[in-house]
Design a protein around this ligand. Structure first.
Ligand SMILES: [Zn+2]
Length: 340
């Protein structure tokens, strides 16, 4: 099969012909029909702890069709359309049994990191990573469901418990995850302030329902939030950026406000006064991707037209390198998708 591989961390993406992998017991061979490219791919390529064998295949945002099933797999048939979750989980620990498998005690790493990913014609996945994808959702849209939509869905609905009438700030609102977070915030009945840099991203966020848009290079987030809420502050902050925006977004929270942190690509350290947290009864929570059950909910929302997957374009597998370059510029509006 054709695959784009790296031969070492930091090395180039190279087109290669390699054998089609075989599914073991409880596994499924998936014919990849679409694989979205995100910033995380670039981080993995630079060097991540979970993987040590090469050549390695990146790619964890996958939609495709079942091509072969391993022993003991009864739920899936050849030709079934699927979207896939991207975490390798045990299925038996207390978190997996309670529907919170993204914090699995025996977390086995990510698809496309700990095991070969979707920059290829085929990959093997555990059967419980697959969720059925209806005919009404095409494969490029299907590839962005688990990460770009599932991540903010879990964060806003189940971690923040965002309620109708609340005011929400989304940072990184013009990116692949952010544009779907804006839509989800609006769908859940909130008013959304979209924060990102540049006109293209902010106008897309506006088009998707953001009440106001802020470029933090032009005005301070806390000043904008203050004016927007008549000095009260916002009910929720969805942080997709990290320390570059956190001091401003935290200062924008109302008393009793909730911040949910989903990503931190702008750095690893952030200092905070604990007194601010207890005096205001702020809640600061983490949120990690999406469970398979929640992904099935996302698929229903997309099939019903409640959420529109934002696919910025589709490209042949061999263009993986240029897609990775573009995703790091921060200029891609939505997700770009490879078609093997
Ligand atoms: Zn587990």
């Amino acid at each position: 099969m054709r695959a784009m591989v790296i031969e070492e961390f930091g090395g180039p993406l190279v087109a290669k012909d390699i054998p089609v992998p075989e599914p073991g017991p409880g596994e499924v061979l998936v014919a990849v029909r679409a694989c979205a490219v995100d910033r995380f791919d670039v981080a993995i390529r630079k060097g991540r702890r979970e993987r040590s064998t090469f050549p390695h295949i990146l790619g964890h945002e996958i939609a495709g069709q079942v091509a072969e099933v391993g022993d003991g797999v009864t739920k899936w048939d050849i030709g079934d359309r699927i979207a896939a979750t991207l975490y390798l989980v045990c299925g038996t620990c207390r978190w997996c049994r309670s529907g919170r498998e993204t914090i699995c005690e025996n977390f086995g790493g990510h698809v496309g990191v700990a095991i070969p990913g979707g920059y290829a014609e085929y990959l093997v996945l555990p059967e419980h990573n697959l969720v059925s994808l209806p005919e009404t959702i095409d494969f490029p849209a299907g590839s962005v469901l688990a990460n770009a939509i599932g991540t903010p869905y879990h964060a806003l609905k189940y971690r923040m418990n965002l309620r109708p009438g609340e005011k929400l700030i989304v940072t990184g609102a013009g990116g692949g995850v952010g544009l779907h977070a804006v839509q989800l915030g609006v769908m859940l009945g909130a008013e959304v302030m979209a924060v990102d840099m540049g006109h293209a991203k902010l106008s897309k966020a506006k088009e998707l329902g953001a009440a106001i848009t802020i470029d933090p290079r032009v005005q301070k987030i806390r000043d904008a939030a203050n004016r927007w809420t008549n000095g009260v502050g916002v009910d929720g902050v969805l942080e997709l950026v990290g320390p570059a925006t956190m001091p401003e977004t935290l200062a924008s929270l109302a008393k009793g406000g909730r911040m949910v942190i989903v990503g931190s690509h702008s750095g690893a350290e952030w200092s905070i006064d604990p007194g601010d947290i207890y005096r205001n009864e702020w809640e600061i929570k983490g949120s990690r991707n999406v469970s398979a059950t929640e992904l099935a909910e996302v698929i229903e929302l997309v099939a019903d037209g409640a959420i529109t997957p934002i696919v910025a374009g589709t490209f042949p597998l061999e263009e993986a390198e240029s897609l990775q370059k573009r995703v790091t510029t921060g200029k891609v509006v939505g997700r770009e998708v490879l078609i093997p």
